[in-house]
Design a protein around this ligand. Structure first.
Ligand code: PGA
Length: 250
């Protein structure tokens, strides 16, 4: 089985820093490994990073994009601006939802726009700590997934990332069992939405939230976790490559 590992650099790295990091990662990762690596640098580094990765197995993703057509949208990035360089786009990240007010409807419009341009959306869903404590995990996952997938006809070009808000950037990850439980609920929701059996659903389901080289193995050893979305630990080549090396031994 091959794992999908997505690095989300968020609002970090100047162009010079991005190119240094991407070159170090590219030089160290072997084409033959059992891991598909996607790097999501800031917008400003996407084009130069694509040049570095020209003959590489490493793929690029964007951290976000607009659902609007090109035009009067100051400060936004259209799908056409990223799709020549990226294969993936992270959509609905909790930082976009909470800090920038992206609603389920906006996230859904972005997902449909990405799919229309042959970009694979990495759709982030997850509960906050109050929702978890109030026993609302199932209903939150259902609401977020169903609204994301409105109008989506196929599960082929999708990735779902389970990212509990309380684990993002906090250093306190979910336990592997908690993450697996949520990912298995997501799998069932996908089966119901697309009216398919478990073996038909090939959509990778990732876990994200304080993933490190110490805990990556425990997450990937779970039945329903197909990879990881990694923030902080993807910002240094040493940490990120040690995660990749750990996965290589699985
Ligand atoms: P983290 O971020 O690994 O720093 O917790 C994960 C994410 O936001 O996707």
């Amino acid at each position: 089985m091959s794992y999908l590992i997505v690095a989300n650099w968020k609002m970090n790295k100047t162009n010079q820093e991005s190119l240094k990091l991407i070159t170090e990662i590219n030089n160290a990762i072997q084409q033959t490994s059992n891991i598909n690596v996607v790097i999501c640098p800031p917008y400003t580094s996407i084009v130069p990073a694509a040049e570095v990765l020209e003959n590489s197995s490493i793929m690029l993703g964007s951290q976000n994009m607009s659902h609007e057509a090109p035009g009067a949208h100051t400060g936004e990035i259209s799908v056409d601006m990223i799709s020549p360089y990226c294969e993936y786009v992270i959509l609905g990240h909790s930082e976009r939802r909470i800090i920038y007010g992206e609603t389920n409807d906006i996230v859904n419009m972005k997902i449909l726009k990405a799919l229309g341009s042959k970009l694979t959306p990495i759709i982030c869903i997850g509960e906050n700590i109050d929702q978890r404590n109030e026993g609302k995990l199932d209903s939150i996952l259902k609401e977020m997934l169903e609204s994301s997938l409105t109008g989506v006809k196929s599960f082929d070009n999708l990735v779902i990332a389970y990212e509990p808000l309380w684990a993002i950037g906090t250093g306190i990850s979910a336990s592997p069992e908690q993450a697996n439980e949520a990912c298995s609920k997501i799998k069932i929701l996908l089966m119901e939405h697309f009216n398919k059996t478990e073996k038909d659903i090939t959509t990778p389901i990732l876990y994200g939230g304080s993933v490190t080289k110490e805990n990556i193995k425990d997450f990937l050893n779970q039945d329903c976790i197909d990879g990881a979305l990694i923030g902080s630990a993807s910002l240094s080549s040493e940490q990120f490559l040690s995660i990749i090396q750990t996965i290589d031994t699985l």
